[in-house]
Design a protein around this ligand. Structure first.
Ligand SMILES: NC(=O)C1=CN([C@@H]2O[C@H](COP(=O)(O)OP(=O)(O)OC[C@H]3O[C@@H](n4cnc5c(N)ncnc54)[C@H](O)[C@@H]3O)[C@@H](O)[C@H]2O)C=CC1
Ligand SMILES: O=C(CO)COP(=O)(O)O
Length: 334
């Protein structure tokens, strides 16, 4: 059994900052890396991440650094940049990563262009790292303030999974083990796209029944997609899939759902995103999910509809009409 005593967190957005708080709360000596000088200054001098997680006092034991080299000593590293920046960030971190370093991927999305999952990006950038995926229902603000949740921690090596879970767990943060990284990643990526769909429905005033129908049919898309990629249906039925889908589709606290709300209310994507420094991953992942699903031969009509609305290929009403007029079929079919 390896003793995990030190944790490094790459990326001091809302979630990286909240995870640093989790690590510190679990008794790990924690170093958080931020790329913005103002975030280093704000956490270092006032103990608050004013840019990305305002209003939450951080554990004073968290060390803040601007340098990726500042994480070279860590027993484990949590990678938390937005999905589209994971490749460049891990490439920059590569000189400081020792062989066999456990890297817990916490970003939720699929890389545009390459259509790769974060575990594939990790394998290409840090081939000697040991991969794990942490995903589940967890709004950064709630977790950082000390509200409880449970998440999926997926790792092929179940001994390492157990050690990571033991190291990260505390009475407010409860990881459940899984061995299916693909399923965990598929759940996290698709729930963001589906949350945009639910936001659009809410913004258009389509009602609670449509909302429930979208979540259920969206879950069916998520399951088909995960299984076609090589993941397991039972994984997406857990916290990293269904759990996170229910959370993200049900609260305007979700950045993805709020982008959808704005679109449903008639705003353009540009208006919906304007002035926001935070990331709505579904906006980037929607076209990647669509393209990967087509390559896999999987039908994902809701995700396709979101991608079409985001790209301007189709209007909201056209997509809604199209979804409601698809051929009638068994509920078990696509
Ligand atoms: N915020 C939340 O409640 C949760 C977020 N996540 C996931 O965590 C990931 C990070 O999201 P947040 O921490 O919320 O981000 P955020 O929206 O709070 O902050 C934006 C982040 O993007 C980084 N960034 C901007 N440009 C960059 C570049 N060129 N290279 C590298 N990094 C760059 C910033 O440094 C900052 O860390 C996403 O994949 C998100 O889906 C997962 C669970 C919960
Ligand atoms: O992943 C999340 C909750 O689990 C956060 O969702 P948003 O990125 O939509 O805010």
């Amino acid at each position: 059994m390896t003793q995990i005593r030190t944790a490094g967190v790459i990326g001091a957005g809302a979630w990286g900052t909240a995870l640093a708080q989790v690590c510190a709360r679990s008794g790990l000596k924690t170093t958080l890396q931020a790329r913005e000088p103002e975030v280093v200054e704000s956490i270092g001098t006032r103990g608050v991440n004013e840019a990305f997680l305002p209003g939450v006092r951080l554990d004073p034991a968290i060390e803040i650094t601007a340098e990726l080299s500042g994480l070279a000593h860590c027993d484990i590293v949590l990678a938390v940049p937005p999905a589209q920046h994971v490749r460049s960030t891990l490439t920059a971190f590569a000189p400081y990563a020792r062989p066999g370093l456990p890297v817990v991927l916490c970003s939720k999305g699929i890389e545009r262009g390459s259509l790769k999952l974060m575990t594939e990006v990790l394998a290409e950038t840090l081939p000697e790292a040991r991969a794990a995926v942490l995903s589940g229902p967890s709004f950064a603000g709630e977790v950082a303030r000390g509200l409880p949740t449970a998440v999926t921690l997926a790792c092929e090596d179940q001994t390492l999974a157990g050690e990571l879970a033991q190291a990260l767990a505390n009475s407010l943060f409860r990881p459940y083990l899984a061995d299916d990284l693909i399923g965990a990643e598929a759940g996290g990526a698709l729930k963001n796209v589906l949350a945009i769909a639910c936001g659009i429905s809410e913004g258009r005033g389509l009602g609670r029944s449509a909302h429930a129908a979208l979540i259920t049919r969206g879950f069916s898309e998520m399951t088909r997609f995960a299984v076609a990629l090589g993941g397991k249906a039972e994984t997406v039925a857990g916290l990293c899939g269904l759990g996170d889908l229910v959370l993200t589709c049900s609260s305007p606290q979700s950045r993805n759902m709020s982008v959808g709300l704005a679109l449903g209310q008639g705003q353009s994507l540009e208006q919906a995103l304007s002035g926001k420094r935070s990331v709505a991953e579904g906006v980037e992942s929607a076209p990647a999910v669509r393209d990967l699903a087509r390559r896999l031969g999987v039908e994902t009509p809701i995700c396709e509809g979101v991608a079409a609305i985001l790209s301007g290929e189709a209007g909201v009403d056209t997509v809604i009409e199209g979804l409601l007029n698809r051929p009638l079929k068994s509920e078990r079919e696509a």
